[in-house]
Ligand binder design. Structure first.
Ligand code: PA5
Length: 443
């Protein structure tokens, strides 16, 4: 099971401060576990790794097999919580270069997460004339970006296969009863998967939302769920500060109360990039409200040491780092000796590249702590389906508890509506006429 190392926050948070967090974390956990807190109609994810719908899970596996056998590409249409988790898992376990690799599973393109014309054109071009399917994902079924993208890609699919055949290649993941996508799926006869009522978008990666695209990429979703279940059992049974979840929640809230305003999620693996994007949404939407909340940001080391490193070392002292670390690369690269040694690197001769990376991590950690940046270390033995299931559940559970420690409802996102209303008004959507007049007067 993963480990949380807090040794590099001790210069910033005292033992008494950490001890004072314990009863607050315990109370927040109790609030979540008993469903007695704000947003308690959205806590279905807490026991999801145990209670998930096995019948639907089998249908997800069957659909993934079908897509693998009849499609060279899958277009996954969704935004926010309806795509970040799937992309994060696929990039971490397969590769950010998944589509470029030789493989016997379809290419996967993520659409509907932007209003960029260029991006839609590019995905259309990349799919080209190949056989493809669509997985359209929207809990509300009404979000503009995926709805528009779906209309566009559905037209391409229908043009290629005809309406009836195209319908067999469209998989809709949405609410079980309501929303425009649900109505369309019913009318057109698409295969449907459900986003459970009590699981919000950013907590939905372990539902059909994430699992179908992940399975299409050839990832073992049973092992992913089993890892999450191991974590659920471990993290729900240990009600003490030995629990990695409690440690993380206590540390980040103690640091916040000491004046740290930014949590930087750091990893030394480029394939972690979309895990960071997923994490940022999870924490940003869950905690950033009521004028409160750590700002979740991310950096990719060592690349960003050459861009953000200066600020981290010596800029405003408003941040701490949470470093996710795991060992065991998939192979070994040894640095060779060079008889001329013009590049002066012979002091590394015979050393594996991973050894150099390890020293970068250790040196950076010490430098940043010396510069006033506390460091939380989240350590995994390795990355595979099981440990990633554990990590996902770890961050989700910590987020729910942390929101209650902070005193917010971690399961709503009222602030996301503001831009949507303005956009609808400016687009002349019926029902927004009055707002349109006000906005136009301001533009
Ligand atoms: O976490 C959330 O609730 C949001 O990020 C949603 O996932 C996102 O806005 C997409 O919503 P929907 O799935 O309803 O299209």
């Amino acid at each position: 099971m993963l480990n949380v190392d807090l040794s590099a926050i001790s210069d910033f948070v005292s033992g008494q401060q950490m001890a004072a967090m314990e009863p607050r974390v315990a109370a927040a956990y109790e609030t979540l576990a008993t469903g007695s807190g704000a947003g308690n109609d959205y806590i279905g994810w807490v026991n999801l790794p145990r209670d998930y719908d096995r019948e639907e899970f089998a249908r997800i596996q069957a659909a993934a097999k079908r897509i693998q056998s009849d499609s060279e590409a899958l277009v996954v249409i969704g935004i926010g919580g309806s795509y970040l988790g799937a992309r994060a898992v696929i990039e971490l376990l397969k590769s950010p270069n998944y589509n470029l690799k030789k493989k016997d599973t379809p290419d996967i393109f993520f659409a509907g997460n932007t209003l960029s014309t260029d991006m839609v054109l590019e995905i259309m071009e990349l799919v080209g004339d190949r056989d493809f399917s669509i997985n359209v994902i929207s809990k509300s079924g009404t979000t503009t970006e995926p709805a528009v993208a779906f209309r566009l890609f559905k037209a391409k699919l229908e043009e290629k296969y005809g309406k009836a055949e195209a319908a067999k290649r469209i998989y809709a993941t949405t609410d079980k009863a309501k929303g425009a996508l649900k109505s369309l799926a019913d009318v057109e006869g698409y295969e449907e998967f459900v986003v459970p009522d009590d699981v919000g978008g950013r907590y939905s990666v372990l539902t059909a939302v994430g699992l179908l695209p992940i399975a299409v990429a050839g990832i073992d979703i049973e092992a992913l769920m089993a890892g999450a279940e191991e974590a659920r059992v471990a993290f729900q049974s240990d009600r003490s500060m030995n629990n990695p979840v409690w440690k993380y929640v206590a540390a980040r809230n103690a640091l916040y109360e000491q004046g740290k305003k930014v949590e930087l999620l750091c990893c030394y693996e480029p394939s972690f990039r979309f895990m960071s994007e997923w994490w940022k949404q999870l924490y940003g939407e869950s905690e950033g409200k009521d004028g409160k909340g750590l700002f979740p940001a991310s950096v990719e080391f060592t690349a960003d040491l050459h861009s953000m490193g200066q600020y981290i070392q010596q800029g405003e002292r408003i941040m701490f780092e949470t470093v996710v670390r795991y060992d065991q690369p998939h192979g070994e690269i040894l640095i060779g000796a060079d008889k001329d040694n013009v590049d002066g690197l012979n002091f590394l001769a015979g050393k594996p590249l991973s050894f150099v990376a390890e020293q970068a991590l250790r040196g950076t950690r010490l430098a940043h702590v010396d510069g006033g940046v506390p460091n939380i270390l989240v350590e995994l033995e390795t990355v595979n389906e099981t440990t990633l299931g554990q990590l996902i559940y770890f961050f989700e559970l910590a987020c729910g508890i942390s929101g209650y420690v902070l005193g917010v409802n971690p399961f709503n996102q009222p602030g996301v509506e503001a831009y949507k209303k303005n956009m609808f008004a400016l687009l002349n959507k019926p029902g927004y006429e009055e707002l349109r007049e006000t906005l136009l007067a301001r533009l």
